[in-house]
Design a protein around this ligand. Sequence first.
Ligand code: F6P
Length: 558
Amino acid sequence: MAQIDQTPAWQALVEHAGTVGKLHLRDMFRTGDDGDRYRQFSREAAGLRLDLSKQRWQGDTLELLLELARDAGVPEAIERLLSGERVNISEGRPALHTALRLPADASLMVDGEDLVPAVHATLAQMDSMVDRLHAGQWRGATGKSIRDVVNLGVGGSDLGPLMVTHALSDFRPDVAHPVEVHFASTMDGSQLADYLSRFNPETTLFVLSSKSFTTIDTLSNANTARDWLVNRLVTHGHQEGVDAELVMHQHFIGVSASPDKMSEWGIAADHQLEFWEWVGGRYSLWGAIGLPIALVIGMEGFRRLLAGAHAMDHHFQTAAMQDNLPVVLALAGIWNNNFLDIRAHSILPYDGRLEYFAAYLEQLEMESNGKSVTNDGDSVDYSTCPVLWGQLGPNAQHAFYQLLHQGTQAVECDFIAPLARYDDVADPATRAHLMGQHRLTLANCFAQSRVLMLGDDAIADDGPRPEHKRYRGNQPSTTLLLERLTPETLGALIALYEHKVFVQATIWGINPFDQWGVELGKKIANETRDIIEGRQGLDDMDASTRGLIEATWRAADE
Ligand code: F6P
């Protein structure tokens, strides 16, 4: 099949970019197609408002992009994704994260089986674990109630739950026995070592989250945790009847698509939560991998998160292409990346609760669409996923906004903020202060996107200025407003980006659901570890790696 850049729709966009690409955003706002770009380029769904008017495009640009999406088969691809076809072609699987948020009375037949009952059976299993922990009825081996839960996982088995628990910590339910949830992902053990130095083993429970249950990062943390518990509670413990088997049973929950491997490692069968190969790691927070989320916001809160994501799924499936939030957001990215040559994308939330949102999206977008081979096995000759990074907007203003305003790189920005906040704070004086801080934050958010757009024109003419005080503007941005940050709107926001990634992958003709690019690094890391540990095998090494390994040996010998 011809690649997308050979189609008439792509060629029309190249030609269109030749003229529209030369326009400055300030001129587009002056002459706007119908004088009101905000109305023209804003869309709403599922508690989210998307303002795409500060993109460097016009009405006819969007028309051409929609034609490109139709030529690439986006409407049909959406149907294939949601109906459970094997869209992950290199691994021969469907990608059914959307099935994890279907309501209990829905049904989704895949290969003659309805997936919904199994999905809700897992939710019920999570429900019962969360209930026991929140009631103080889940006891460690010595009989004390669990207080600290540490999630051991990495990538998709860490970032989603970490991001959501942080974002929604205001939604903790009032329970008899709240537990504190923590995350350790790094293979160097630094996060875990800190917890082990502070927590009481009698009241600490570990959740081993790993789809494959082979990830060395997670397993090495898990082995350290297991030894810590057995050492402290059995070898050096003084309580009769407390043995390693009891410790393993009471202090570990496993979450994986591989029950055999969980059993082999020592997770008791009744403390295993299973999920399915048809859920990709970075798309998995909606099921058992979301257990830490449910422990923080309760199962009711977790179901609200699922409902918000489902509302976005429904919108994605039913809204017309030009009004479809994931579709138009994806098209803005394609326009910037492929036609305006803007290859950097910054994610800038203006709400401290979204601290980990950019880190989460870095995996979602770059591990999904950082590909250069099409589904037909051909090398692409156009650019795919841009470099994406971000941080809380207010902090980034004091860090890298200098580059956005006056550097040499063109960067697309996503500004994200809730419209309302703090109106529920009980103390009136504190409420007034905090609501003022919220308005200040929104003012900064809107001011930054305005200056990035207009440059010098954002301020009244105050006479000639030296070059180093000038702003060129013309940096495109999207502003995404949530009515307020709730489980529902966060669910919708995450699902929006998941579907955006899928639409872009469809247009680029690549598979967003595999990640072969990370495999070679894992293999070579294992070989390198054998060399470091075995102190031999340097002969075939390049000079740089040889020098680094020898330095490791010298440091160990000193
Ligand atoms: O190495 C990349 C990756 O495979 C991600 O795709 C995944 O989210 C992460 O590692 C963790 O994998 P697992 O859940 O199997 O431990």
